[in-house]
Design a protein around this ligand. Structure first.
Ligand SMILES: Cc1cc2nc3c(=O)[nH]c(=O)nc-3n(C[C@H](O)[C@H](O)[C@H](O)COP(=O)(O)O)c2cc1C
Length: 189
C-alpha cells in the first residue's frame, strides 16, 4: 500500500527540501523511494533523517509540482529537518539502510518520533482528484493526449461536486500546467 505524503528534509548546507512522495510502510519501517537525480535522496543520504508529513492540504502537492515551495515549516522535534506546520500529523524518521538501485534506490527508515496536530476530517473526492491530476502532470510527457483528456474529464466531476477552495486552487495550478503543455505541443506541430 502506497501513502502519498510530503517528505521534508535538509541538505548538508542547511537548505530545506519539500517533495511529494509515495511511501510504503513495511513492518514498522517506512520506505522512501526517490527517482534519481533527487535532492530528497541526496539529503537523506547526507543527513540520515527526514520527516513524513501527512497532509490533507492538496495545494502543497500541487504547489510542489508547479514551482510553489513556500509552505510554512517549523523545526522537527528529534531530527535535523523541518516539518510542515499544516500537516495533520507527522513522523520523524532516521535512515536505517539503503537498497541500492540505479533508477530508484529505496531508503529504509525507522520512525523515532510521531505527533498528531489536527483531526482527520474524512475522505474528500476532490482531494483524491487533485492527487490524481498531480500524478498525471508529473507524467505528461509519457502519456497519450487522449488519456490525459479522458482522465481530466472524469476527475473534473469530483472537483465540481466536492471541492472546497483549497482543492479548486490546487486544481487550477495543475490545469494551468496541463494547458501550457498542450499549447506547447500544438505550437510545435
Ligand atoms: C502524489 C505524488 C507522489 C510522488 N511520489 C514520488 C516518489 O515516490 N518518488 C519520486 O522520486 N518522486 C515522486 N513524485 C514526484 C516528486 O515529488 C517530484 O519529482 C519532486 O520534484 C522530487 O524532488 P526531489 O528532487 O527532492 O526528489 C511524486 C509526486 C506526486 C504528486
Amino acid at each position: 500500500m502506497i501513502h502519498e505524503v510530503i517528505v521534508t528534509c535538509r541538505s548538508q548546507e542547511g537548505e530545506d527540501q519539500i517533495a511529494p512522495m509515495g511511501v510504503v510502510w513495511r513492518q514498522g519501517e517506512v520506505v522512501i523511494a526517490p527517482f534519481r537525480p533527487s535532492r530528497t535522496l541526496d539529503n537523506i543520504l547526507g543527513g540520515e533523517c527526514a520527516v513524513i508529513n501527512y497532509c490533507d492540504d492538496v495545494r502543497v502537492f500541487a504547489g510542489c509540482l508547479t514551482g510553489r515551495y513556500d509552505w510554512p515549516l517549523v523545526e522537527a522535534e528529534q531530527v535535523d529537518a523541518p516539518r510542515l506546520v499544516d500537516a495533520l500529523a507527522h513522523s520523524e524518521v532516521r535512515l536505517l539502510r539503503v537498497e541500492e538501485d540505479q533508477v530508484r534506490p529505496r531508503l529504509i527508515c525507522k520512525p523515532v518520533y510521531q505527533a498528531n496536530h489536527r483531526p482527520f476530517q474524512g475522505f474528500n473526492r476532490a482531494q483524491s482528484a487533485v492527487l490524481e491530476l498531480a500524478i498525471l502532470v508529473s507524467r505528461l510527457e509519457r502519456l497519450p493526449a487522449e488519456k490525459i483528456d479522458a482522465e481530466i474529464a472524469y476527475l473534473t466531476i469530483a472537483i465540481d461536486k466536492t471541492a472546497g477552495e483549497r482543492e479548486r486552487e490546487a486544481w487550477d495550478w495543475l490545469m494551468a500546467r496541463v494547458e501550457a503543455f498542450q499549447k506547447q505541443k500544438e505550437d510545435a506541430v
